[in-house]
Design a protein around this ligand. Structure first.
Ligand code: TH1
Length: 842
């Protein structure tokens, strides 16, 4: 056969182990990996999985070569580094991104074709690396991409979770089922284990006052020790030789195996140490914005922070000995939300206890090199650890936090204006350690306050959010340190989220702009504006969208058996399920549309705008209300998709297991996407930026990054509705007197009356928004419902005019340049990190 002939040819040419440089070498290179890594001989039957492994290991060679060059270069220059500390990195798949970024796509594709496969089939063999919950984790991944892309010396630091974000399935009844994410079982070609790089991380025990060299010191006697073992994950830039790094830590026992216990017949005990260590990194907490106060989570946080900081300090010492004042000129840390903020105390412990620096000098160093990003205003997500828990798990850190807090309170006492009583009130409100407002007997450590006090810079993630950070959640701190607070509007990488996930659109853009320079300089996308009304260009633009809709329709067909008409509007809402994101309101809108269709004559229905609505997202395992929302989506979908009167005009699908790879298929196919959080609740949102880049129109509230997206796209091109952030406090107070729209009441009655079955299960959901009392409907679904339906009517109107719709679609992509994470990272580098790009020689 052709395949066997090609393989024979490959064998004959037989170049081994070299990164692919040209077409001629791609096939033999793959075959050499088939032998050395897959362990098959060339003539045996090769599966797609075998070729995935061969391709991955071949790509890995190229990555490692560049990785080494990059890091030799940065070491020689002694470049200042940023370390992005994050409990989450939602990387998704690596293969396509690496192959495209290295510019190897054509060569590999041709080699695969000659073996009877295409890139897409091979790429689907890879499991997502789902080491994150949602936007926060994916942002960290986009930031690493951009750092490498603009040659910025920097690493990510996190945890190599054995099980990432759970896999979501639906059971027969349409309820969410959670399954473990076993992403590592088939091996991970994208990581390099650094056996020689491991650090001890300690927990528990107690501290003891001792006199050392005439000084009284506190010595920590821990009762658990584990090793943190480094794994490096190379991160390639595009059209640059730079390959950055994500260093993830695995946990190992200090003593692998208790042979004596085993020999004595105590098998459980012989493995105990190993199991206790592995437990630390076993699983990502599946919780977006509502952390459960679990001790293990604090343990995870300290584990990766302690390992990362030791790693950085070890490298610094190897170069600069004990010239510690230089440290902030060589290393800067960005703390991704409160999860890594124990770093404030760990930096002090390492500098004072381990390196022997005086407290003041250590504080001056530490508070120059740490920075904190806040990602949410949800009060339940601002982590507060009970002093009891902290003191038990990290007794020395608790002491250090108390010393920091004492100094902070003293500083406040002597610098705050006002009477003694006013000062006392402020001090109480700003203390890092404070009472639990729900339980006066409990003291808490407020990790956000610790971070604000211990950082050089604090930022929010979109303009409106940074204003809320300054004027509400940290207002007292802002008044004292106005210059500490900044905004850094989020961004997403245009490589993964446009160029690689939507090659059809990318090709059209490149052809139209005359170059692919927009991939690295997204501001150039604005050049599309002048084609927005060009009829010929519009029809090419529409053809691309149709292609992507057809692809998605085929996927839905294979999952559900349903045929979907690609001339219907594709309306998508995908994100974590949360009351503040208001998937509920979307479903209520769909129910209303269904009821209208039912009343219409067949002729009227034919004149309506047919829609296929898709909702996807995971509910945190303990988030009961979110799980009920999922069930409502599946229940409503089951009814309307099977109603012969309406199924040609309206469908609703719940798309299970929303993750990075699914997003890459959905976003290019979307025509309308929904970003409908209550004003002032979504810090930024980042999928809104991905949809915008792919020419998808937005129906959204004046919230998070929607505002800046609307400004860049032209507010008149966006379907904006709903209450504004500055109104919500008042509206919440007036909740009891709010007169709900009759359409809203009707739908509530329908659900409560069992129109979609499961009425007992839906009761708490209905009650949560329909009982008119203060504190109910916290996210103001009732208040926004009428305005939402009006905005949806406007959507239909515009969709009936394909030229206007397409013009807008083009304006979205044209306005998306600002939302490249390259821009975000440049701003961090200039305004916070003080780091300059440094490109290695090719
Ligand atoms: C998200 C925010 O909700 C979202 O608006 C923002 O775009 C994104 O971060 C990136 O900035 C957050 N995710 C989490 C996850 C946890 C805790 C807090 C937040 S905020 C676990």
């Amino acid at each position: 056969s052709v395949i066997v002939q090609n393989i024979a040819e490959a064998e004959r040419v037989g170049k081994k182990g070299k990164p692919v440089k040209d077409t001629a070498s791609a096939l033999p290179e793959l075959m050499s990996k088939v032998r050395s890594v897959v362990g098959k001989s060339a003539t045996s039957d090769l599966t797609a999985r075998d070729l995935y492994n061969a391709l991955a290991y071949s790509t890995r060679d190229g990555l490692i070569e560049r990785f080494n060059k990059t890091h030799e270069h940065w070491a020689a220059k002694d470049s200042k580094f940023v370390y992005y500390l994050s409990a989450e990195f939602l990387m998704g798949r690596t293969l396509t991104n690496a192959v495209y970024n290295l510019g190897m796509e054509g060569k590999y594709a041709e080699a695969l074709r000659s073996l009877g496969y295409d890139m897409e089939t091979i790429q689907e063999q890879e499991r997502d690396a789902s080491l994150g919950n949602g936007g926060l984790g994916r942002l960290a991944a986009c930031f690493l991409d951009s750092m490498a892309n603009i040659d910025l010396p920097g690493w990510g630091y996190g945890i190599r979770y054995k099980y990432g974000m759970f896999k979501q399935a639906l059971d027969k009844g349409g309820y969410q089922k959670e399954l473990p994410d076993i992403w590592l079982t088939d091996g991970n070609p994208w990581e390099v284990k650094r056996s020689e790089i491991k650090y001890e991380v300690c927990f528990g025990g107690r501290t003891e006052k001792k006199t050392v060299n005439g000084k009284e010191v506190s010595v920590w006697e821990p009762n658990q020790r584990v090793y943190a073992q480094a794994y490096d994950n190379p991160i390639p830039g595009f059209q640059t030789p730079t390959v950055g790094n994500l260093r993830l830590w695995d946990a190992l026992p200090v003593t692998e195996f208790d042979l004596a216990a085993f020999n004595a017949g105590d098998y459980d005990k012989s493995m105990l140490e190993k199991e206790k260590a592995e437990c630390i990194v076993a699983v990502l907490y599946p919780n977006d914005a509502t952390p459960e106060g679990k001790e293990l989570r604090l343990k995870q946080q300290y584990f990766f922070v302690a390992a990362s900081m030791q790693d950085v300090l070890t490298r610094f010492k190897a170069k600069h000995g004990s010239k510690w004042d230089l440290l902030p000129t060589k290393a800067v840390f960005q703390m991704n939300d409160t999860h890594p903020t124990i770093a404030v105390a760990e930096a002090m412990r390492l500098l004072v206890d381990v390196e022997g620096l005086p407290w003041e000098q250590a504080w001056s160093i530490s508070s120059k090199m740490l920075n904190y990003t806040n990602h949410t205003v949800m009060p339940e997500a601002l982590e507060k650890w009970p002093v009891k828990v902290m003191a038990k798990m990290l007794p020395r850190h608790m002491e250090i936090i108390e010393i920091i807090n004492e100094g902070w309170i003293q500083w406040l006492q002597s610098n705050l204006p006002g009477t003694a009583a006013e000062k006392a009130a402020k001090v109480a409100a700003m203390s890092i350690v404070h009472e639990n407002q729900w339980n006066k007997d409990e003291l808490l450590v407020n990790m956000a306050y610790l971070a604000v006090v211990g950082s050089a810079h604090v930022n929010g993630v979109a303009a409106i959010h940074s204003d809320i950070v300054k004027n509400e959640i940290f207002n007292d701190f802002y008044k004292i340190f106005p210059n500490k607070f900044q905004n850094k509007t989020n961004g997403v990488t245009p490589r993964r989220w446009l160029a690689w996930c939507n090659p059809e659109l990318a090709t059209l853009i490149t052809k139209t702009l005359g170059s692919d320079a927009w991939i690295n300089n997204a501001e150039l996308l604005s050049g599309l504006r002048k084609f927005a009304s060009d009829k010929n260009f519009q029809s090419q633009w529409r053809a691309v969208k149709q292609q992507r809709k057809a692809k998605l329709a085929a996927m839905i067909k294979s999952q559900t058996g349903d045929d979907i008409d690609i001339n219907n509007m594709f309306d998508i809402q995908v994100k974590r399920i949360h009351e503040y994101k208001r998937q509920y309101m979307n479903v209520l809108g769909i129910i209303w549309r269904y009821k209208q269709l039912k009343k219409m004559t067949p002729a009227e229905r034919k004149a309506s705008v047919p829609r296929v609505c898709m909702i996807g997202g995971k509910a945190a395992s303990a988030y009961d209300m979110a799980k009920r929302i999922i069930r409502l989506v599946t229940a409503v979908g089951a009814k309307i998709n099977n109603d012969p009167d309406t199924k040609d005009y309206l469908r609703l699908y719940f798309l299970p297991d929303y993750n990075v790879s699914l997003a890459e298929a959905l976003i290019p196919a979307a025509e309308l996407s929904q970003h409908i959080s209550t004003g002032g609740t979504e810090a930024s949102g980042t999928s809104n930026m991905k949809f915008q880049m792919n020419g998808c129109l937005i129906i959204g509230t004046w919230d998070g990054a929607n505002i800046e997206i609307a400004e860049e796209t032209g507010v008149e091109n966006v379907f904006v509705f709903g209450v504004r952030a500055e109104e919500i406090n008042q509206l919440r107070k007036e909740r009891a007197n709010y007169k709900t729209d009759p359409r809203f009441n009707e739908i509530m009655n329908d659900i409560a009356g069992g129109m979609f079955g499961d009425k007992e299960y839906f009761k708490p959901l209905v009650d949560s928004i329909s009982n008119m009392k203060v504190g109910n409907d916290w996210f103001l679904v009732a208040n926004d419902f009428a305005a939402y339906l009006d905005a949806q009517e406007e959507v239909d109107k515009v969709y009936k005019d394909p030229e206007e719709w397409t013009r807008r679609s083009i304006m979205y992509t044209a306005g998306s340049g600002k939302f490249s994470s390259d821009r975000t990272i440049r701003e961090y580098a200039e305004d916070i990190w003080d780091i300059k790009p440094e490109r290695p020689l090719a």
